[in-house]
Design a protein around this ligand. Structure first.
Ligand SMILES: Nc1ncnc2c1ncn2[C@@H]1O[C@H](COP(=O)(O)OP(=O)(O)O)[C@@H](O)[C@H]1O
Ligand SMILES: [Mg+2]
Length: 244
């Protein structure tokens, strides 16, 4: 089932600018287990902000991990930034991630033994960026996110909201065209979560594609132009009733 078609398709060949395209994607983690994603086809246009919602266990993180190339589909094809990533090897995938994708997680996933600045710089180092340019970019992001005074602190000293800001800066340091967020406000209080939502939106004004997994209907409604609903690994048509 195709949820949304943003690009143009001529004679079956995709020629326009989808940021993300799934064709018949199924993910089964263990033989005999139900599919975490079942025959999902979708496109997300470049620059679009799409929310992914659904009950716990419905396949939201699986979907995001497949977009990020952190995992591979059991069948089907995953195309991101014009690249078929389901067939890439580890080295090519690492390069793909460093160049094209920034990811933000619920529990921040910062490295505790690196300072804030070094956490933010890490993806730039992995991508082989110039140290001077990376430092300037990291410093700019820390300022934009209001955490520049914490540049030399370790993550353990920071609040949850501050840690998520560091994670956002880290996700953006390579200027990826695609930003993925998996429940980025899930571990934060409401006010802090709203702040993080606002920052994501501001940063998105630069025209990045953003896929936001969230449990929070208000967040989805406020920030996303479109919501993809997952139930039991299947996309629900956008006008269908969703079981509570
Ligand atoms: N690494 C894994 N190994 C085995 N099963 C997994 C793994 N990750 C997720 N699953 C299963 O796949 C289904 C979808 O999980 P997930 O994508 O994490 O859902 P959500 O993010 O919507 O809560 C669940 O049944 C979950 O238990
Ligand atoms: Mg999840």
């Amino acid at each position: 089932m195709r949820q949304h078609i943003a690009g143009q398709h001529i004679a079956g060949q995709h020629i326009a600018d989808d940021a993300i395209r799934f064709d018949g994607v199924t993910k089964i983690y263990q033989a005999g287990a139900p599919a975490a994603l079942a025959d999902v086809s979708l496109t997300v246009a470049a620059g679009e902000v799409a929310a992914v919602m659904g009950p716990s266990g419905s396949g939201k993180s699986t979907l995001l991990n497949l977009v990020a190339g952190l995992d591979k589909p059991t069948s089907g094809t995953v195309t991101v930034a014009g690249l078929r990533i389901d067939t890439l090897g580890e080295t090519a995938l690492a390069r793909f991630r460093a160049r094209h994708v920034g990811i933000i997680f619920q529990f921040f996933n910062l490295l505790d033994d690196l300072t804030v600045a070094d956490n933010v710089l890490l993806p730039a180092q992995l991508a082989g960026a110039s140290r001077r340019l990376a430092r300037a970019r990291a410093e700019g992001l820390l300022e934009q996110l209001g955490i520049e005074e914490h540049r030399d602190d370790y993550p353990a000293r920071l609040s949850g909201g501050q840690r998520q800001r560091v994670a956002i800066a880290r996700a953006l340091v390579n200027s990826p065209e695609l930003l993925l967020a998996d429940e980025p406000t899930g571990a934060l209080d409401t006010a802090t979560g709203q702040e993080i939502g606002r920052l994501l939106r501001e940063l998105n004004a630069a025209g990045q594609t953003l896929v936001l997994v969230t449990h929070d209907p208000a967040l989805a409604q406020r920030y996303a132009a479109r919501t993809l609903q997952l139930v039991d690994g299947c996309l629900v048509p956008s006008n269908a009733a969703v079981p509570a």
